[in-house]
Design a protein. Structure first.
Length: 625
């Protein structure tokens, strides 16, 4: 009998595949059978119950249709009403009950215990639909809970936090929970003295929290606050989605334009609506909300040839700011670009109507003109929402900085819309510059300089060409977990070539590390996802978006600091890498900057474990405390 040969020492794995890579297959949205309706009309508050119907406070919205169980429970969300106060009536909500189908669901009312489930279901679904529309794929949840049929749903608890003026997303809990509390003795608006206030009835709170969950699914490492911009970005981005979604309801803007007689051209109108923006307001001088209002005072709509006024400028970027304040600098920057584009487009309509844009505000506007102006503002809001969401695919996988988000915004939009006729990108660059949010390593605030650059040499990954991919039915649905694993392995094999790893700034096990890096984990393939984006003129662009991360360790002032690096790849249908957006492992100041932040402004998000600091659990919920 032949003697067994001794086993060769196992070579170290050159890459790893994250459990996230296959998770894309666990979120399975409803598949439309032929003949099923496209939408389920449901009534919601476009702001919250404390605001009158004056600015279109109630709307009937078209929620993408799906089969529902009572709860309601659909394919993506499960509404759980535990914690409901005894004063409210009603069991699980059955939106398929005939009288509710006829009437667009329950009429908005805080007194009806079945309305908050309806409102949270509708707004969560609309927020999800906005992401699906912008990215052309289904977004998978980051939560690890899997039900009996092997799928992941996000649990939504409209009454989940009794006696709390708060709301939050938890990856660990797989849920969004909303608080309710008693108002003060002298509340403002329509709130009754000592009456119950539900955060689950605020459109913006629901959209904001759902966005935290979606962003966590897209970029899980953004839950690790490695620099002050990371939590600020999570907050600011969640506010931007809520704000633009809110502006996309026709009634909201139309009524405001009618009242202000078209002052849209001055740009102040949209700021006024934004000032009322959801929970970000103070009422009766007291802060009911989670935090202060976004900075709309510094917002001005400008024309490309007028230099920005530096005297009464907006709040500027300052890395020592608290995350929410820093996030509001981002919101204000994008919002200003939005106001600028609406003003440019609105002026054209006013001139067609024979009005001088400088003199509007006095004369009554015709109904047709009001509707046209509102439609324009709705369209621009929808376009900004798409731009903001698409840019996530162009962000580095870890350690985001606000200047990098600008680069992502400009690149993602320029990829899709060649001719920037109305100056969307120019307005964005200008308003970021006014707030001193500058991308590093960019010499000029011009589109060609701000756009991400292609990799330093051509990179071709044959295994990821579209001709080799398998989809379920549409490129937005992967064929299954096995196919996702095959794609991740193809990418891992590609980056295991030292030449490729060097080009992508990845450190391979067994090779020399740069000075100062004491350890580097093998590169981790986090995700590979398809993006299908439709441009305003109907063109369709397909890409694959891959995230690769790596954990490095460096010694800073005698303490070991574990910091993330990695890259995002944008791969075209032929398998060519068009962009490699990386965070270098050998950057001399990143470990030091993270070390300072962990002990300074971001201290509450970190805890000591042995010799290192590790992020506390539930960081995204901690953000709101
Ligand atoms: Zn938040």
């Amino acid at each position: 009998m032949a003697k067994k040969r001794p086993k060769a020492a196992a070579a170290p794995a050159l890459f790893e595949i994250s459990a996230r890579a296959e998770r894309q297959a666990l979120t399975r949205p409803f598949q439309h059978p032929a003949g099923a309706p496209l939408y389920r009309p449901l009534r919601i508050y476009t702001l919250d119950p404390s605001v009158s119907h004056r600015i279109g406070g109630v709307a009937t919205v078209n929620v993408p249709y799906e089969d529902l169980e009572p709860g309601p429970t659909g394919s993506l969300f499960e509404i759980d009403t535990s914690g409901k106060p005894k004063a409210l009536q009603g069991g699980p909500l059955d939106l398929d009950a005939p009288h509710l189908l006829m009437s667009g669901g329950h009429a908005p009312s805080p007194a009806n215990g079945q309305f908050a489930p309806q409102m949270t279901y509708a707004v969560c679904s609309l927020t999800y639909a906005a992401f699906r529309r912008a990215l052309g794929r289904d977004i998978s949840w980051a939560c690890e809970t899997v039900d009996g049929q092997g799928r992941t749903r996000l649990v939504v608890r409209p009454f989940g936090l009794p006696n709390q003026r708060n709301a939050g997303y938890s990856r660990e809990g797989g849920d969004l929970s909303f608080g309710y509390f008693r108002a003060s003795a002298k509340p403002a608006g329509f709130t009754v003295s000592k009456g119950l206030v539900f955060t689950a009835l605020s459109h913006d709170v629901i959209a904001h929290e759902t966005t935290h969950a979606l962003l966590d699914g897209l970029r899980s490492s953004f839950a690790v606050p490695t620099n002050p911009d990371v939590p600020a970005f999570h907050e600011g981005f969640a506010d931007l989605v809520a704000l633009f979604l809110h502006f996309s309801y026709p009634g909201v803007v139309e009524q405001a334009i009618r009242e202000s007689r078209g002052a849209i051209a001055r740009g102040s109108l949209l700021s006024d609506v934004a000032r009322e923006f959801g929970y970000a307001r103070s009422r009766g001088g007291k802060q009911v909300a989670l935090r202060s209002a976004i900075d709309v005072d510094g917002v001005v709509a400008f024309d490309s040839d007028v230099p920005p006024n530096q005297v009464a400028g907006p709040v500027r970027y300052d890395a020592t700011m608290e995350p929410h304040l820093l996030g509001s600098v981002l919101v204000s920057a994008v919002f200003e670009a939005f106001v600028t584009v609406v003003r440019r487009k609105g002026e054209r309509l006013l001139r067609i109507a024979g009005l001088d844009p400088r003199e509007v505000g006095q004369a009554q506007l015709s109904d047709a003109l009001v509707r046209a102006l509102a439609q324009e503002a709705n369209d621009v809001a929808g376009r900004f929402l798409d731009i903001c969401i698409r840019a996530i695919d162009y962000c580095p996988p870890v350690d985001i900085e606000l200047g990098e988000y600008l680069r992502a915004l400009v690149t993602a939009d320029a990829e899709l819309v060649d001719d920037d006729k109305w100056g969307y990108r120019e307005a964005l660059m200008r308003s970021f510059r006014r707030r001193e949010i500058f991308p590093h390593h960019v010499q000029f605030m011009t589109e060609d300089a701000v756009r991400w650059q292609p990799p330093s040499k051509p990179l071709h990954i044959p295994g990821l060409a579209f001709s080799n991919l398998r989809f379920a039915d549409d490129p937005g649905h992967p064929a299954g977990a096995a196919e996702l694993r095959r794609q991740a392995t193809a990418l891992g094999t590609f980056i295991s070539e030292p030449d490729h790893a060097d080009c992508l700034r990845l450190l391979l096990p067994g090779r020399a590390r740069p000075a100062g890096v004491t350890y580097a984990s093998p590169p981790m393939i986090e995700s590979i996802r398809c993006a299908k984006r439709v441009s305003p003129d109907g063109g369709v662009v397909f890409d694959l978006i891959a995230e690769i991360t790596q954990s490095c360790t460096a010694n800073v002032d005698g303490e070991l600091v574990e910091y993330p690096s990695g890259c995002t790849l944008v791969i075209d249908p032929r398998g060519d890498v068009r962009y490699a957006i990386f965070k270098k492992p050998d950057s001399p100041n990143r470990p030091a900057r993270q070390h300072a932040a962990m002990r300074g402004s971001l201290k509450r998000f970190w805890m000591k474990k042995g010799k290192k600091r590790v992020p506390r659990p539930n960081t995204l919920r901690l953000l709101h405390e």
